[in-house]
Design a binder for this molecule. Structure first.
Ligand code: 5GP
Length: 115
């Protein structure tokens, strides 16, 4: 990770406001500032140790599993329970924040939406 805290670490620290819908000791979830679906949450491990999902899967697969379980729970609470989970991985794939995060997309998606 870079030396400066990521936007998501700053949300965790309450330095940047966000519409937080879930938080525990290791995961936070909040509404994306530019939603691309009726439900568009970002589900984020609080640690900034992993830049993307491949690093998280290799470094802490149990945390990745808990993140997916959290996404399922949030989709049940905030949408109809079925959902799309997107991990943009790499700049050319659309990743702009290099602090691993899942896009949780629910509701009726626009054709071609990939977050
Ligand atoms: P990425 O492009 O890295 O996969 O996803 C980053 C996401 O973070 C984008 O969907 C973008 O809209 C969202 N985002 C960027 N800055 C902020 C912010 O300050 N607050 C919130 N809630 N979302 C943000």
């Amino acid at each position: 990770m870079s030396d400066s805290p990521s936007i998501f670490s700053r949300i965790v620290a309450r330095e940047i406001p966000a519409d937080i819908v879930f938080e525990n000791d290791e995961i936070i979830a909040f509404r994306d500032i530019a939603p691309q679906a009726p439900l568009h949450l970002l589900v984020v491990p609080k640690t900034d140790a992993y830049a993307d999902v491949t690093e998280l899967a290799a470094g802490d697969p149990q945390l990745l599993a808990r993140l997916v379980a959290t996404a399922k729970q949030l989709a049940e609470q905030h949408s109809q329970g079925e959902f799309r989970l997107v991990f943009n991985t790499g700049a050319s794939a659309g990743q702009t924040i290099f602090h691993v995060h899942a896009h949780l997309l629910g509701g009726t998606l626009a054709e071609g939406t990939l977050a």
